[in-house]
Design a binder for this molecule. Structure first.
Ligand SMILES: C[S@@+](CC[C@H](N)C(=O)[O-])C[C@H]1O[C@@H](n2cnc3c(N)ncnc32)[C@H](O)[C@@H]1O
Length: 412
């Protein structure tokens, strides 16, 4: 039985005192309360008041998230919801940071020991320019953002992310926070039958949550995680070693990596794209195309673009842009990602969106005896209201295939 109600322990997580654990549990439960009790109240406010008032004033129903937002922000109930959400977010980082700060010297030492115990590569160059879209603000209100370093060999923002994301996800990402990677691996195994990647790259890996399932599911493959934030890859390398997996990590920019042409068979990312920028995204797609061997696949997992959601869901999810320091969250969902992938050189006939069912839901269905190939729709033992995670119980994947003879080769 998969226990998603407690984070699985590993050597790089800080030990919490009783009070710290209680604070963190409170932050997680508070988020659960907002998600489970306050969020459902927004629908009736919209249907009974905002939608009607809009229609009366404009002679038409609200058409998109902007129309909905204009009315909802004036509603006391929405203001209360949005404020509570922001407070919960700040609280969960604060509650986690107390343990991180207290244990930092021991955690840095532990990371050094673990990293020295593995033959997997850790590549952090002496000088590196982290893009401004990562450093300009504390994304999703995480103090210090991803890349801040305050001491030699700093891992603090990595620890903070690992624990904080578990609380944020309230178990939806599984005990190792690895649901996205696991779901994409399942997708590859089921849908790309016979595809055996020899080298796999995970872009924007942070602490390697989604990277490690690729090593687990493709044990013979050479697996790499890259990120622009040094403390994240440092922590990721130590965490992977602590969990007994040989995975390589490097500080690199997905827009322009240091790998040779055609080095990988599979390039993936998980919720990376919405934290980049309108200029970076096309560059990342081009870099994926360059890095792939002919016949390889690029898969980017995230939430769906807005045109695949109803306007009310768009409005709810776009609160990330407005209240959670995620400036590119909404704009990214309006870009024509398949067009960008085609422009980057991928086979136009083989670029598409698809859904990778959430692995945690499949585990739950399995435990309830309801597992089948169609397990995403099977009855889960635990009730998952996907909320702002993966509407419809799945991760949206943009999948693109590099033709066996690439566009560049054909042109040459
Ligand atoms: C939301 S996190 C990704 C989470 C991670 N993929 C997972 O599944 O747990 C976004 C990460 O992308 C990194 N990032 C942003 N822009 C990047 C770029 N151009 N190249 C590499 N990493 C980048 C950030 O530093 C951050 O660690």
């Amino acid at each position: 039985m998969l226990n998603t109600f407690q984070q699985a322990s590993h050597p790089m997580l800080p030990k919490m005192t009783h009070d710290e654990a209680a604070r963190q549990e409170f932050a997680k439960s508070f988020k659960g309360f907002i998600q489970g009790k306050l969020l459902p109240g927004l629908g009736p406010v919209y249907a009974s008041r905002v939608s009607k008032a809009f229609e009366k004033a404009n002679g038409r129903p609200p058409a998109d998230r902007r129309d909905i937002r204009a009315g909802m922000v004036r509603e006391l109930y929405f203001q209360h919801y949005a404020a509570a959400n922001r407070i919960a977010q700040e609280l969960l980082w604060e509650a986690t940071n107390i343990s991180v700060d207290r244990e930092l010297p021991e955690l840095i030492e532990k990371a050094r020991e673990l990293s020295a115990s593995t033959t997997a590569v850790l590549d952090i160059p002496a000088s590196f320019e982290t893009p401004r879209y990562v450093t300009a603000l504390d994304i999703h209100c995480m103090p210090g953002g991803y890349a801040t370093e305050v001491t030699k060999d700093d891992v603090s923002t990595g620890v903070l992310y690992d624990r904080g994301v578990y609380l944020y996800a309230m178990g939806y990402m599984g005990p190792y926070n690895d649901d996205m990677g696991r779901s994409v691996c399942n997708y590859v195994k089921r849908n790309l039958k016979g595809f055996q990647p020899r080298r796999i790259l995970d872009m924007g890996c942070t602490v390697g949550h989604s990277t490690l399932p690729f090593k687990e599911m493709f044990p013979d493959a050479e697996v790499w995680g890259i990120d622009v934030a040094a403390p994240q890859v440092r922590y990721a390398h130590a965490r992977a070693a602590g969990l007994g997996l040989e995975v390589n990590f490097a500080q690199m920019n997905a827009e322009e990596t240091r790998f040779p042409d055609g080095y990988f068979d599979l390039v993936v990312s998980h919720i990376l794209l919405h934290e980049t920028s309108g200029k970076a995204m096309p560059r990342i797609f081009k870099e994926c195309e360059r890095l792939l061997a002919p016949g390889g696949y690029m898969i980017h997992a995230d939430l769906p673009p807005f045109n695949l959601m109803d306007p009310f869901t768009q409005f709810i999810l776009d609160n990330e842009t407005w209240y959670n320091n995620e400036p590119f969250w909404g704009a990214m969902r309006e870009l024509d990602q398949p067009a960008l992938a085609k422009a980057a050189g991928f086979d136009p006939a083989e670029v598409r969106f698809d859904t990778a069912p959430m692995a945690v839901m499949e585990f739950a269905a399995q435990a309830a005896g309801g597992y089948s190939e169609d397990a995403a729709t099977a009855v889960a033992e635990r009730e998952f209201t996907a909320g702002e995670y993966a509407p419809g119980g799945g991760w949206e994947v943009l999948i693109a295939h590099k033709a066996a003879a690439s566009a560049h080769q054909k042109a040459a």
